[in-house]
Each structure stands twice: as structure tokens, then as C-alpha cells.
Design a protein around this ligand. Structure first.
Ligand code: G3I
Length: 346
């Protein structure tokens, strides 16, 4: 009798300890984007395209929307007053045109990755405004009709919903946001213009502040087409409910919704790990499934697309920025599809 009881407990124990079964798949079932009615994108680094064939191959085949991860930012593109470094941006624009991929310009006005001269620009509010106008219109004007959409202003809000006290606010005042959109619209009236920010899906106060800001601008007649919810999230948070509230709020207000920088951290607490645990990969895949359901619940006309912030885990900004090992993207370090990818094409 005792023997039977111990065997039973043993089997139960083994069942509990068994690793979960992970979905497996290849990239042979056609491009990822072809499984969806909205564009599926990735943030790209041209240097990686040139030096890494696995990366370039996935960038070419799997995605039909591209966001430049860094090369359109002022520090790279506008390093000195009047000097624009067009070589890489021109090549990327041409690559996208040739390959029939949408290019989403990122980003015109941000408080980070500013060149030294811009951050230290000497001038009054009018001169700052005209410097900003020149920056925006030179770039947007050059790619008129070629770059479909722009993150015009990035991360202008603090987590509590107040305006971020950045260089632009300090020198131009609150109107810098509205002016940035106006300047972009003048340079390419047909381009779609976005406000892009993080934690909108996890911080209701910030989400509300962003929505109020967009609605106020639109009511004033400023062309502002959509919201970029960056979605740097993890398997632990935010809740699916919280994500849904944010996505629905902007969709109900009539804005295009771009999940613009999606990555799903599996090690948000920074544990010492060297490889992802199967359970975590499964949670990552489940989170993605929930996100797809939430996204597919908004009207198709407002689904601007879902963009991943990189291709393989080794491309992610997270390990370098937070100093922890992580595996937040669709492909692993060898560019093999992960369960999260398999769930998407399921
Ligand atoms: O290009 C230089 C190189 O010349 C130099 O040797 C090297 C030394 O550190 O730095 C290189 O620049 C780095 C750049 O990425 C290009 O690789 C910067 O140090 C590094 O800080 C920069 O990080 C980028 C970060 O924005 C800057 O804040 C990340 O790649 C990029 O993924 C990240 O993207 C942001 C979005 O634009 C906005 N939303 C948040 C997101 C994640 O932070």
C-alpha cells in the first residue's frame, strides 16, 4: 500500500517538474507579415544588415515595415549645424522602396541622442524654433512621399503625465510639440504623424495625459494621426487588461495605433541566467498571443502595425541598457524562431 502511495506521489512530482512543451516551428510557412492583415515591422540597424547575413535575411523576408533604430536620430543624421549625414538614411529609404517595405521614420524630436551642438544651441525661443523647423523640414522634406510616417515627438511626458522638462520645453516652451507636428505636416502633408511614448500601457495617468494631449492638439487643428505605444514590456507586467485599456482608449478616440517598439522581457528582475527557462519562453508566447487578440479587437483601419524592437535576442538594447541577460525578441541569438514567433504564425 505504502509502495503504491509513494509511486503515485512520485509520478505527481515528476509531472509537476516536467518542462512545459514549447511550440516549435520554422520560417518556412511564409513571411511573418503574411500571416497578418496589418504590417509587422522591426527596428533595423544598417550596420547589422551589412555584417550579419542571418539578420539581413530575416529583415528581408519576415517584416514589411521598418523602423530605423538609430540612424534617423539627430545625433546620427544631423551631427553638425547644417551637416546632414544622408548616406545611411538614403540607402535605407532606397532599400525599403525597392523591397516594397513601409518605412516609419524614428524620431524627429526627442530629448536623447541629440548632437552636442543642438543641445548647446545658443538662441532665444524664436531661434530655437527655427532651428527645430529646419531640422524637421530638411529631413521630412527630403523623404517626402518616401517615408510613410514619422514619430514626430518622442517621450515628451513623464510617468506621472506631466510634461518632461527637456531641452525643447526649456527653450521653446510647451508649444514645441504642436509646432513640431505643424513643421512636419508642412514638409510632407501626406505623411502620417505619430506621438510615441513608453509605459502608456502600464501607467494609466500617463496614458490619460497622452490621450488628452493628442485630443487637444487635434481639436486645435494640428494634424496628428496616431499614437506609438512603445510596449517595452515583460512577462510579468503590465497586465493584459492594462494593455487593452490603453489600446482601446486611443482607438476609441479615433487614432491609429502603432505598437511601435515591442519587446517582451523574460528576465525583468535581472536574475543571473545564461539561457531562457522554457516556462518563461512559454509565458512570453502567451503574452504575445494576448497582445495579438487585444490588437485585433480594434478596427482594422486603425491597426497601423506591430513593430518589434530588433530581430534576434542578441540585437536587443535591453542587456546593454539594464545590464542583465534577457531574451525579449522573436528570434534567438542564432536567429532561430522562438516559441513567441511560432505562436504568432499559429
Ligand atoms: O554609434 C555609437 C558608436 O560609435 C560608439 O562606439 C558606441 C559606444 O557606446 O555607441 C554607439 O551609439 C549607441 C547607439 O545606440 C547605436 O548603437 C549608443 O551608445 C547607445 O546609447 C544607443 O542606444 C540606443 C538608445 O535608443 C539610445 O537611447 C538603442 O540602440 C536604441 O534601441 C534605443 O531606442 C529607444 C528608442 O529610440 C525610443 N524608445 C526607447 C528605445 C529603447 O531605449
Amino acid at each position: 500500500m505504502n509502495y503504491l502511495r509513494f509511486s503515485f506521489i512520485g509520478i505527481l512530482f515528476l509531472l509537476q517538474c516536467r518542462e512545459p512543451e514549447l511550440p516549435t516551428c520554422t520560417t518556412d510557412s511564409g513571411p511573418l507579415f503574411a500571416h497578418f492583415s496589418f504590417p509587422v515591422g522591426a527596428a533595423l540597424e544598417p550596420l547589422d544588415m551589412a555584417s550579419n547575413s542571418a539578420y539581413a535575411s530575416l529583415a528581408n523576408t519576415e517584416f514589411n515595415s521598418i523602423t530605423p533604430e538609430n540612424i534617423f536620430k539627430p545625433a546620427f543624421l544631423h551631427p553638425e549645424p547644417g551637416v546632414f549625414y544622408w548616406q545611411e538614411t538614403d540607402s535605407l529609404v532606397q532599400f525599403c522602396l525597392n523591397a516594397g517595405k513601409r518605412l516609419h521614420g524614428h524620431t524627429l524630436i526627442w530629448h536623447q541622442q541629440l548632437p552636442y551642438w543642438m543641445e548647446n544651441f545658443q538662441g532665444n525661443a524664436t531661434e530655437w524654433e527655427s532651428m527645430m523647423k529646419n531640422h524637421i523640414q530638411t529631413i521630412v522634406g527630403r523623404y517626402k512621399g518616401k517615408v510613410r510616417s514619422w514619430d514626430v515627438v518622442n517621450e515628451a511626458l513623464e510617468d506621472d503625465g506631466s510634461l518632461r522638462n527637456n531641452t525643447w520645453l526649456e527653450h521653446i516652451g510647451e508649444s514645441y510639440i504642436e509646432k513640431a507636428f505643424q513643421f512636419a505636416q508642412e514638409a510632407d502633408p501626406d505623411a502620417l504623424l505619430f506621438y510615441n511614448d513608453y509605459s502608456l500601457e502600464s501607467k494609466p495617468e500617463k496614458c490619460k495625459a497622452a490621450l488628452d494631449m493628442l485630443q487637444k492638439l487635434r481639436d486645435k487643428g494640428v494634424k496628428i494621426d496616431g499614437i506609438g505605444l512603445q510596449m517595452h514590456i515583460s512577462i510579468l507586467s503590465p497586465s493584459n487588461n492594462s494593455i487593452e485599456n490603453a489600446v482601446q482608449a486611443f482607438a476609441t478616440a479615433g487614432f491609429l495605433v502603432h505598437l511601435s517598439e515591442l519587446d517582451i522581457s523574460i528576465n525583468p528582475l535581472g536574475n543571473k541566467i545564461t539561457s531562457p527557462k522554457p516556462q518563461a519562453l512559454l509565458q512570453q508566447a502567451d503574452k504575445m498571443r494576448a497582445i495579438l487578440q487585444i490588437y485585433q479587437n480594434i478596427p482594422a483601419a486603425q491597426q497601423f502595425g506591430i513593430t518589434f524592437w530588433g530581430i534576434g535576442d542578441s540585437d536587443s538594447w535591453i542587456p546593454g541598457f539594464f545590464g542583465r541577460t534577457d531574451f525579449p525578441l522573436l528570434f534567438d541569438e542564432n536567429y532561430a524562431p522562438k516559441p513567441i514567433y511560432c505562436t504568432m504564425i499559429e
